[in-house]
Design a protein around this ligand. Structure first.
Ligand code: ADP
Ligand code: MG
Length: 727
C-alpha cells in the first residue's frame, strides 16, 4: 500500500497541463449543442415551433401529432451534431442524474435499417425504474413510473447522446424525482407573485423565479485520490493528520490559478458553452486546491438542470485532466468546506427584478412588498428551509464549527434595517395625507438604488440580502438545488397568497386605499418576523445562545432537521400550494433518512477497515523495527542499553496505546452499528447520528497520532499535505 502512495506521488509529479484548443469565440459556440429557439426555428415547422413556445411560456399541452413533427426535427438536428442515441434525462431522488440510452437506429426489414425517433419516444418513456428510490410510493400503488418531457428545459446533445430533460412520475401521478415538485412550486410562485404584482403594474402576466448558483469544489490529483479508499468510497477523508501548512496564509485564495487547473477550467468552460450553461466566473477558493465556478443566473428550472448537468460534466472533464473533483461539503478536516450559494430572485415578464430597489416610491413599495414577504416567509418556515439543506455531508458545515450555522436567520444590512424599523411605526389603519407623503418621500423614496452595505456581506449569514437578490448560502456543494428551490419558492408563494388575501380584506372592509393597506400589512409582517433578522456574527456560541432566546430552531443534525419535512404544517403547506401530496412528502422524507443512514453506515465501515487493515498493520511493522533496534542495543550495550533506548521504548509504548485505542473504539462502533441496523427510519438514523458517528473522531484521533509517530516511508495513505499541495 505504501508502494501505491509513492507510485501515485511519482505519477502526480510528472503531470503536465493538458493542452486545450478553444474553437472560436465563446459567444459564437454558446448553445451550439442545445436545441434552443434558434435551432428550433431552423429544424421545426412553424406549427411545431409555436407549439413548443406555447408550452414553454404558458404551459400549453403539446398535441401528439405535433409531437411527431417536433421529434423528427429534433432527431435530424441531433444527428447533425453527432448523436447516435437519445435518453430521457432526469433527476432521481438521490440527487445525481439518471439516463438510459436508446439508439435512434432501428431495423426496418430486408436487412436494412434507419434512424427513428417519434413523438411518443420524445414525450414519454418508461425507464426500468425499479432500481430508483421511491420511498415506498411504488409499493403502495403498485404503479410503474414513466418519464415525461419537460419542454421548459431545452434538449441538448452531450457526447453522442441527445438528452431530453424530463420529469419522472409514477403512473398514479406521484412525483418520483426532484424536478416535478420544483416545476409545481415555480408555477405556484408565478401565480401568487403575479397576483401581487397587479397592485403595482397591471401589465405583469408572469413572474419567473431566478437562480444563480455558485459551485465550490476541490480538485485532487486522480492518482492520489485513488490511493485513498475513503475518498473513493465516501467522497471525503475519514482520517489524516492536518498539514503543517493549511489555509492560514490565504496564499491559495489570492494566488494565481495553477496551470493544470486552468487547463481543466478552460476545457470545462468550453463544454459548458456548447451546452448553453452560461458560466462566467472562476476563481480559487479559501482552502488549498479549492475552487469556485459561477454562471450568469437563469430561470430557476433551467438553472437547476444546468447545475446537475454541470456536476456531471465536471466529473467527466476532470478525468481527462487526471483530476478527481470532490463535491463533498467537507472533504478535509481543519480547512474550509464547500457550499453552493443559491442566489434567488423574482422577475416579471416586463423585465423588472422584484427584489431590486427602484427609482420611484411606487417601485420601491413594490420592492418592499416582495422583500418583507420574503423575510416573513423565511421566518414562518425556517425549520423547513433547514430541512431542505440537510444531508449527512452538509452536517459537517451546518451545526459543526463552520459558518453558516444550523440556525436560519436573515441578513439585510443596516440601510434596509433602518427602513424596516421606520415602517414598523406606521399608523395602524388610515394614514393621514401628511404621513403618506412623508412615507413616500422620506422612507420608501429614500431607499437608494445601490445598497452600499450589501456589497460588504456578512459571510456568516445563511440567508442574506445582497443588493438585488437573496442568497441562500447554507446549501451544500453536493446537493441538487431543486430541493431548496422547491421549498423557497413554495413558502414565498404561500406567503404572497396570504398577503394578497389580507390586503384585499383591508381594502374591502376598512375602506383603505391600496397603498395604505399594503403599508399596514407590511407593518404587521415586519413586527411578526423580527426575530429572524440578524446582522451579527452567526458563528459561535454567543449567537447560539441568543437564537435560543429568540426561539429560533437550531437543528444540528440531519435526523433532527428532517423532522420538519413531515410536520402537519409542512404537509398542509405543500397540499395547499399543489406542490406535493402527503404521500410524496412522506416518501421523500423516508428516502432522505435512508440516504443518511447509508452514508454514515458506509463511512463507519470504511473507517473501521482502514484503521484495522491499513493503519494498525503499518504501526505494528514500525513498532517491530523499533523492538529490533532495542534488542540490538541491549545485545551490544548490555545493562546500559536503557539509557540509549529511552525514545524507542517510549515510542513502542505509545504505538501500543494507540493500537489498543483503535481496536477498542472500532469494536464499540461496530456494536452500535449492529444496534442501529436492527432499527428503522428515524430511530436508526438517530442511533447512527448520536451513537455511531461520535466514534469516527475518536478512531481518527488515534490513527492521526500514529501517522505522526510512524516512519513516513511506510505510511500507506496519501497525506494531507500531498493531497492539498500537489498541483
Ligand atoms: P459573489 O457573491 O460571488 O460576489 P455576485 O454577487 O456578483 O457574486 O453574484 C453571485 C451570483 O448571483 C451569480 O451567479 C449571479 O449570476 C447571481 N445573480 C445575480 N443577480 C441575480 C438575480 N437577480 N437572481 C438570481 N441570481 C442572481
Ligand atoms: Mg455569493
Amino acid at each position: 500500500m505504501a508502494m501505491l502512495r509513492f507510485h501515485a506521488l511519482k505519477e502526480t509529479l510528472n503531470r503536465k497541463p493538458v493542452e486545450i484548443k478553444e474553437n472560436g469565440r465563446r459567444s459564437e459556440i454558446f448553445g451550439d449543442n442545445v436545441f434552443n429557439e434558434h435551432a428550433m426555428l431552423q429544424h421545426l415547422t412553424k406549427d411545431a415551433y409555436k407549439s413548443v413556445m406555447n408550452a414553454i411560456e404558458f404551459g400549453a399541452k403539446i398535441d401528439r401529432k405535433i409531437a411527431d413533427h417536433i421529434s423528427t426535427g429534433m432527431k435530424e438536428w441531433a444527428i447533425s451534431k453527432g448523436a447516435t442515441h437519445y435518453t430521457h434525462w432526469f433527476q432521481p431522488l438521490t440527487g445525481a442524474t439518471a439516463e438510459k440510452h436508446d439508439a435512434f437506429f432501428e431495423t426496418i426489414g430486408s436487412g436494412r435499417a434507419m434512424e427513428k425517433f417519434d413523438g411518443g419516444q420524445l414525450v414519454q418513456q418508461e425507464p426500468d425504474a425499479s432500481s430508483f428510490p421511491n420511498g415506498g410510493i411504488r409499493n403502495t400503488f403498485e404503479a410503474r413510473g414513466y418519464t415525461a418531457w419537460d419542454p421548459t428545459s431545452p434538449a441538448f446533445v452531450y457526447g453522442t447522446t441527445l438528452c431530453i430533460p424530463t420529469i419522472f412520475v409514477a403512473y398514479t401521478g406521484e412525483a418520483l424525482d426532484n424536478k416535478a415538485p420544483l416545476l409545481r412550486a415555480l408555477q405556484s410562485v408565478d401565480q401568487a407573485a403575479t397576483a401581487v404584482c397587479k397592485y403595482f403594474d397591471k401589465n405583469v402576466t408572469k413572474v419567473n423565479a431566478s437562480l444563480g448558483w455558485e459551485q465550490e469544489y476541490f480538485l485532487i490529483d486522480s492518482a492520489l485520490a485513488a490511493a485513498r479508499p475513503d475518498i473513493i468510497l465516501t467522497g471525503r477523508t475519514l482520517l489524516g493528520h492536518s498539514s503543517a501548512k493549511g489555509q492560514q496564509l490565504d496564499d491559495h485564495y489570492f494566488g494565481s490559478i495553477p496551470n493544470r487547473v486552468m487547463s481543466f477550467m478552460r476545457d470545462l468552460e468550453n463544454e459548458c458553452m456548447l451546452l448553453g450553461i452560461p458560466v462566467k466566473t472562476r476563481h480559487n477558493e479559501v482552502a488549498p486546491n479549492q475552487f469556485e465556478l459561477a454562471p450568469i443566473f437563469e430561470e430557476a428550472n433551467l438553472a437547476v438542470d444546468h447545475n446537475s448537468l454541470l456536476m456531471d460534466v465536471m466529473e467527466k472533464v476532470s478525468q481527462r485532466h487526471q483530476f478527481k473533483v470532490l463535491f463533498h461539503e467537507k472533504p478535509f478536516a481543519g480547512i474550509n468546506g464547500s457550499g453552493k450559494h443559491n442566489n434567488w430572485s423574482l422577475a416579471t415578464n416586463t423585465g423588472v427584478n422584484l427584489l431590486s430597489p427602484g427609482k420611484t416610491p411606487m417601485k420601491n413599495l413594490q420592492f418592499l412588498t416582495f422583500f418583507v414577504n420574503t423575510i416573513k416567509a423565511v421566518h414562518d418556515n425556517e425549520e423547513l428551509i433547514r430541512a431542505a439543506i440537510a444531508s449527512a455531508s452538509n452536517d459537517h458545515r451546518l451545526g459543526a464549527n463552520e459558518a453558516p450555522p444550523a440556525i436560519i436567520s436573515v441578513f439585510i444590512g443596516s440601510q434596509l434595517s433602518a427602513v424596516l424599523d421606520e415602517l414598523e411605526n406606521v399608523t395602524k389603519g388610515k394614514l393621514s395625507p401628511q404621513e403618506k407623503t412623508d412615507l413616500k418621500l422620506n422612507i420608501v423614496g429614500k431607499i437608494p438604488e445601490i445598497l452600499l452595505d450589501n456589497t460588504d456581506r456578512n459571510r456568516t449569514s445563511p440567508f442574506a440580502f445582497t443588493g438585488n437578490k437573496f442568497e441562500l448560502r447554507a446549501v451544500g456543494s453536493w446537493s441538487n438545488c431543486a430541493g431548496p428551490m422547491t421549498v423557497l419558492n413554495t413558502i414565498i408563494a404561500k406567503q404572497l397568497k396570504d398577503f394578497k388575501v389580507e390586503v384585499d380584506a383591508l381594502i374591502a372592509k376598512k375602506d383603505l386605499k391600496k397603498d395604505e393597506a399594503v403599508f399596514n400589512i407590511l407593518r404587521e409582517y415586519i413586527k411578526a418576523s423580527k426575530k429572524i433578522r440578524f446582522e451579527g456574527n452567526g458563528y459561535g456560541e454567543a449567537w447560539e445562545k441568543e437564537a435560543a432566546e429568540r426561539g429560533l430552531s437550531n437543528n444540528k443534525t440531519t435526523p433532527e432537521a428532517l423532522k420538519a419535512q413531515i410536520s402537519k404544517k409542512t404537509i398542509s403547506l405543500y397540499e395547499e400550494m399543489n406542490v406535493m401530496s402527503k404521500i410524496e412528502v412522506e416518501a421523500r422524507h423516508e428516502i432522505e433518512l435512508e440516504e443518511y443512514i447509508l452514508r454514515i453506515q458506509i463511512e463507519g465501515r470504511v473507517l473501521g477497515d482502514i484503521a484495522r487493515n491499513h493503519v494498525i498493520p503499518t504501526a505494528i511493522r514500525y513498532q517491530n523495527t523499533l523492538i529490533e533496534n532495542v534488542s540490538g542495543l541491549k545485545e551490544i550495550f548490555g545493562k546500559d542499553f536503557k539509557k540509549l533506548a529511552t525514545e524507542q521504548i517510549d515510542l513502542i509504548e505509545r504505538i501500543s496505546e494507540h493500537i489498543a485505542g483503535i481496536n477498542s473504539k472500532v469494536n464499540a462502533m461496530t456494536e452500535e452499528r449492529k444496534k442501529a441496523n436492527k432499527l428503522e427510519g428515524q430511530q436508526s438514523a438517530e442511533v447512527y447520528c448520536n451513537k455511531v458517528k461520535p466514534y469516527f473522531d475518536e478512531i481518527r484521533y488515534h490513527c492521526d497520532k500514529l501517522e505522526l509517530l510512524v516512519d513516513d516511508n511506510i505510511w500507506p495513505l496519501v497525506k494531507y499535505r500531498e493531497l492539498l499541495f500537489t498541483r
